[in-house]
Design a binder for this molecule. Structure first.
Ligand SMILES: Cc1ncc(COP(=O)(O)O)c(C=O)c1O
Length: 367
């Protein structure tokens, strides 16, 4: 039985937007395959539901997650598609769990190569892996000399199938020269692997931005997250964060609002309280800065955002009352609050704005 939801705060996810975005990415990438990156609960949009959509409608070849736990959650939700774990696995049991659940793993070190081989032998089941090359991201990945050794060990083991080689571009959206350098290192390594007899490896480097802007980066597969959620130019945002007013009051000139008297009314004002706060991922940095849409108008957040509630100026919205809809992210009438607008305000990126929407906010799926 579904949990009772009474609090009016929710993140509404438009499946039609995700569908359209995935179709566009798939078409752009073709003949390269599309790996739909659904890590971190699909950047806050709900991994199981969106993976189901992608699988049901063949919108992507497979799914990318960050950990074995995320992969197991997809399997638990009945997802049969190929799943690649993009993170570096630790400890040893992670490989056992991954192999058992048919999750493809990333191998970025000789130690990991040995552990996955051991795990596969113990289970008597072949592991499938993609090797990760360090080309300049400086996160996880083996440099060329150890990558070649990893390949030799894995291919000689008979226990592990090496299905792919990939790298991650650190600055596709900001530095074409550096991106070019990363792609050159990648292609040189791929060519060297080929001379060692590696055939049919799936080569992949592109994130969303590279998929759209660097055709050469598409290779055999692209790994897209942010554009699928509509938070890249030319794509349609899928998430609307909304709630309803739960309290309204009129305040005298000189009255204060929220912790630390963080707002003082310089005139009589009408104030609404909405049941959203930093406990929902609506971060405190929005205090006294962000707008919320009520009655189709922009209304300023007043005072510090609190854990569960936020106050908003509705002086100009005559019919604002308990029960009126408030949109914190997304459209209402002709107005829109974008993730980019909120990100700029908080000195961060759109990825963080949506990923931070916390687990207590129900995700509601609409067409
Ligand atoms: C390894 C890897 N590939 C692909 C992606 C998807 O990137 P984007 O959301 O920019 O498309 C990510 C996300 O950070 C990633 O870590």
């Amino acid at each position: 039985m579904a949990a009772t939801i009474l609090r009016p705060t929710c993140a509404e996810i438009r499946l039609s937007a995700v569908r359209k975005n995935l179709q566009k990415l798939k078409k752009t990438a073709a003949p390269a395959r599309l790996l739909f990156v659904v890590k971190a609960n699909a950047y806050g949009h709900g991994a199981a539901e969106l993976a189901r959509l992608a699988e049901r409608e063949s919108l992507a070849w497979g799914l990318g997650v960050s950990s074995v736990e995320e992969g197991l959650a997809l399997r638990g939700a009945g997802i049969k598609s190929p799943v690649l774990v993009l993170g570096s696995l630790y400890p040893f049991e992670s490989f056992v769990e991954a192999i058992n659940a048919d999750l493809m793993v990333t191998i970025a070190s000789l130690d990991a190569a040995r552990l996955v081989t051991e795990a596969a032998r113990r289970l008597g089941k072949k592991a499938v892996c993609h090797m990760k090359l360090e080309t300049g991201m400086g996160r996880i990945g083996a440099r060329k000399p150890s990558l070649l050794k990893i390949y030799d060990e894995l291919s000689a083991s008979g226990a592990v199938s090496v299905a792919g080689l990939y790298t991650h571009l650190s600055s596709a959206d900001s530095d074409p020269d550096y991106t070019g350098l990363q792609l050159t290192i990648f292609s040189e390594t791929a060519a060297e692997l080929e001379t060692r007899g590696a055939a049919g490896l799936t080569l992949h480097t592109a994130n969303s931005y590279a998929t759209v802007n660097y055709p050469v980066s598409r290779m055999d597969m692209v790994r897209c997250g942010i554009a699928a959620y509509g938070l890249a130019d030319g794509f349609e945002p899928a998430m609307t964060l909304k709630t309803r007013i739960v309290f309204v009051k009129n305040m005298r000139e000189g009255a204060f609002i929220s912790y630390n008297n963080s707002f003082r009314a310089d005139k009589p004002m009408k104030i609404a309280t909405i049941p959203v706060g930093y406990g929902d991922g609506y971060i405190r940095r929005f205090s006294n800065k962000a707008d919320v849409l009520i009655g189709g108008r922009r209304c300023r957040v007043l005072g510090n955002v609190t854990m569960d509630m936020t106050m908003v100026d509705v002086t100009a919205v005559k019919d604002a009352a308990v029960g009126s809809e408030a949109v914190l992210l997304g459209r209402q009438g002709a107005e829109e609050i974008t993730a980019a607008e909120l990100a700029a305000m908080a000195d961060t990126i759109t990825y963080e704005i949506v990923t931070l929407i916390s687990a207590r906010v129900p995700r509601v799926y609409v067409e």
